[in-house]
Ligand binder design. Structure first.
Ligand SMILES: Nc1ncnc2c1ncn2[C@@H]1O[C@H](COP(=O)(O)OP(=O)(O)OP(=O)(O)O)[C@@H](O)[C@H]1O
Length: 286
């Protein structure tokens, strides 16, 4: 893990060992994801990157058990996620996803309090510990000032922070997030990703912003046409030839002297480098 980003706590909440073993997902005759093998060790922050339609959301759906693998397994601490009782899975895995939820007539605090539901029995009220966890989650997502507001009247970014707060209140040992920062301003992007990074939980997060992925993730998996095409520490994965091949863009990658993380600078209009990193011949203007 990168020392510059702050280490994850190793005490407190447990973290999950996640393994996707040769997972293939289909919709009708169409392959969404083919033969994906991925591991996330307890406490790691794993980034899933790749172009539009490469299969990131589909793969995450298999982890939070919305899309059943046709072949292969999703193993949560060695147990097939699809064989776990729903309640046990809900205590273990929290998901922050793109699907717009139904509009709910709840305040922000009530939405965040729903994160505690898997830990309670029917009709149990909030304990003082629940209340503290809810307040702490609201603070972590900079949503305390929104607590009394109706959830369905928030801006896109405010809603996103509230859904992240709900996931934090759930105290999962595995947190799965699909583009959790797409509506957020830069300050909140940095703050939320920093919070995720410091969680003791294992985190699997799909991100489009490669520089944020490079800085906040321990390892990256690159999906391309439904298959993993590269994986490893960001500095090994994010190379100019890889970005040319997978995204079709020209980029320069350098280690930033202050952050120590790879930083990608896109160079629109320049020829694509070839596979060896040399100058290519097909100009690609974006
Ligand atoms: N239910 C479905 N039926 C048919 N095709 C689907 C279905 N769900 C997803 N797809 C297709 O599978 C591919 C992968 O979609 P997915 O949403 O996983 O990609 P993604 O990497 O998350 O994309 P984005 O970056 O645009 O969010 C896409 O081509 C998409 O159109």
């Amino acid at each position: 893990m990168k020392a510059t980003n702050g280490m994850k706590a190793t005490n407190g909440m447990p973290a999950t060992d996640l393994a996707l073993d040769s997972v293939t997902l289909t919709a009708g005759a169409r392959h969404l994801v083919k033969d994906v093998t991925l591991t996330a060790r307890p406490g790691e922050t794993i980034g899933l990157v790749g172009p539009n339609g490469s299969g990131k959301s589909s793969l995450l759906r298999a982890v939070y058990r919305v899309l059943r693998p046709d072949t292969g397994q999703v193993l949560v601490d060695g147990t097939n996620a699809w064989s776990l009782p729903v309640r046990q899975l809900a205590r273990t895995v929290a998901a922050v996803v793109q699907e717009p939820g139904a509009d709910v007539d709840l305040t922000v605090r009530e939405v965040v309090a729903m994160g505690r539901t898997p830990h309670k029995r029917l009709l149990d009220g909030d304990t003082p510990e629940d209340a503290e966890l809810i307040e702490s989650a609201l603070r972590s997502a900079d949503a305390t000032h929104l607590a009394a507001r109706p959830f369905d009247r928030l801006s896109g970014g405010e809603r996103q922070r509230v859904l992240i707060a709900r996931a934090l209140a759930q105290q999962p040992s595995l947190l799965v997030l699909d583009e959790p920062t797409n509506h957020l301003d830069i300050r909140h992007r940095l703050a939320i990703l920093g919070t995720l990074r410091r969680l003791p939980a294992t985190v699997l997060v799909a991100l489009h912003d490669l520089n944020l992925a490079a800085y906040y993730c321990d390892r990256l998996y690159v999906l391309h046409d439904g298959e993993i095409t590269a994986s490893g520490p960001p500095a090994e994965v994010l190379t100019a030839p890889l970005l040319a091949r997978v995204y079709g863009v020209t980029a320069e990658v350098a280690i930033h002297p202050r952050t120590g993380a790879p930083q990608v600078t896109f160079v629109p209009g320049e020829p694509l480098p070839d596979r060896d990193g040399g100058p290519g011949v097909s100009p690609h203007r974006v």
